[in-house]
Design a protein around this ligand. Structure first.
Ligand SMILES: [Zn+2]
Length: 502
């Protein structure tokens, strides 16, 4: 082969490799697990090569999106009169041991700090797995009278849990990023209505903003938060048929108030214990649902409201017209940036095709293509990532179009996710139907004997036979109960949702 031909061939192979590097093409339906690992790596969301097991490095593309999620959530919490605080990461062992159920539930998961420099500590310190026992000690000092109530506080923080189940980036790791809200009230009724408000906060973020439908379920008695009277978890379904618990909210009653002595003087002058709730949305975990539910076989699809870049400009040029086309691209970039659109002009020396693949894989909602034709007609080619459709947009009206299209983009994601989740919930009257539901990657809705202690036996059968669990009952509506318990055959008292889970 002549030297020139060889060189050309090498160049071609290199180019193909470049394109393969940015092309994402794994079937999400067929192999979700592989799809998920691949997108985490290709889109540079996290790096698993950090040398502490179960600990993950979160990379800029993911962090930028999760920062937006934090902003949205904190704004909503502050609108609802929660105040932010930052508490220490370490909790003295004696605080941690105060509430009996709480210790029992969390002890197997705690990382302990036992040494400082070369000395053994007199009292070992827990790295917070959750902060009830850090915050409530101070609450008992801060809260004095009914005038201090309601007392609503949250912190954004990392927490550490020594998970023994297999870890996956975003889905489950030994360190994760969340917000925890901890509230005190004068009455039981106020505290219980806070639980409803928390579910509303979950809906505002998860559904209204991130376009992810979820099932708010009151957990059965055997599956509540350690130390809570009852818990409501929000389950989303992953494409492999397993649900993942998203924000949960807990009615704590007065259990913690009694051991931490959070006492207030009422209007009647009498001293009383506060009623408490807590709430825990995990941002890194919610991002797992964003990746899994909206992504497709070309890669990520990020909702317009959290995409680090909402719009990418790709120039189509030759050496002859490069200057003119770049100028137009920069002009559009500047104009939209000034209006707070997160936009980027990709002037790198790659072919347009390579850039298309790359940014589609990264999940950017829109792309504008600008070439000679666009300059001549003053109409920009506008590509929508989710439905892969191209339209022509009047250059002068571009700002309004982007805002309008952004809203429609998120609406489409929501509609698609809604449709899918609805389809995945099936009625099951017996074990065979339940078995089939799990084979089809679905959630079963069944009659069940009890979600109090006495139902636990039937739940164990489900656990053993199907490796699935009772996720709970719809928290806010009384669903019509019919038929018999899917396991024991006694008359059903509840309609429950049963699923495999992460
Ligand atoms: Zn039963």
């Amino acid at each position: 082969m002549k030297k020139r031909e060889k060189e050309e061939k090498r160049e071609k192979t290199q180019k193909r490799e470049e394109i393969q590097k940015v092309t994402f093409n794994i079937d999400k339906e067929k192999d979700f697990s592989k799809w998920f690992s691949e997108i985490v790596e290709k889109a540079e969301l996290a790096d698993l090569r950090y040398n502490v097991k179960g600990f993950v490095v979160f990379r800029p593309w993911a962090v930028l999106a999760m920062e937006k999620m934090y902003d949205l959530l904190e704004q909503d919490l502050q609108n609802k009169n929660h105040q932010p605080a930052w508490f220490p990461a370490l909790i003295p062992e004696k605080n941690f041991r105060l509430e009996a159920e709480h210790i029992k539930g969390f002890t197997p998961q705690v990382f302990w700090v036992t040494n400082a420099a070369n000395k053994k500590l007199k009292e070992k310190l827990a790295m917070r797995p959750t902060s009830e026992t850090a915050m409530y000690q101070l609450y008992s000092i801060w809260i004095r009278s009914y005038k201090d109530l309601p007392f609503k506080m949250y912190q954004r923080a990392q927490v550490w849990r020594y998970e023994t189940k297999a870890t996956r980036p975003f889905i489950r790791s030994r360190e994760f990023y969340w917000i925890e809200g901890h509230n005190c009230f004068a009455t039981k009724e106020e505290a219980e209505s806070q639980v409803f408000e928390d579910v509303d906060t979950t809906k505002n973020l998860m559904y209204n903003k991130l376009c992810i439908p979820f099932l708010p379920l009151r957990r059965p008695a055997w599956d509540k938060f350690p130390g809570a009277v009852y818990s409501i978890g929000s389950d989303t379904l992953m494409p492999d048929g397993k649900v993942i618990q998203q924000p949960s909210t807990h009615f704590l009653g007065q259990g913690f108030a009694k051991v931490f002595e959070i006492i207030f003087k009422g209007r009647d002058g009498k001293e009383k214990y506060v009623w408490q709730t807590c709430y825990g949305p995990a941002i890194s975990r919610i991002f797992a649902s964003v990746i899994a539910i909206h992504g497709d076989n070309s890669g990520l699809v990020l909702p317009f409201c959290i995409a680090p870049i909402q719009l990418i400009i790709v120039p189509i040029y030759s050496n002859k017209n490069k200057k003119e086309i770049f100028k137009k691209c920069q002009e559009i970039e500047k104009k939209l940036k000034e209006q707070d659109i997160r936009i980027k002009f990709d002037s790198r020396n790659f072919s347009p095709g390579e850039k298309y693949y790359f940014w589609e894989m990264k999940g950017i909602p829109f792309r504008i293509e600008i070439g000679e034709k666009e300059i001549r007609t003053k109409k920009l080619t506008f590509f929508k990532r989710d439905i892969k459709e191209k339209i022509q947009v009047n250059e002068e009206k571009i700002l309004n179009e982007v805002i309008k299209e952004g809203k429609e983009f998120d609406d489409r994601l929501k509609k698609k996710a809604d449709f899918w989740l609805k389809k995945q919930i099936v009625e099951c009257k017996n074990k065979e139907e339940l078995k089939k539901a799990f084979q089809d990657k679905k959630i079963g809705r069944c009659g069940f004997c009890s979600i109090d202690k006495e139902g636990e036996k039937c739940a164990e059968v489900i656990e053993k036979r199907f490796l699935a669990s009772i996720r709970g009952t719809m928290y806010n509506k009384k669903e019509k109960v019919q038929g018999k318990c899917v396991i024991c055959g006694k008359p059903a008292k509840y309609m429950v949702y049963i699923a495999k889970s992460y």
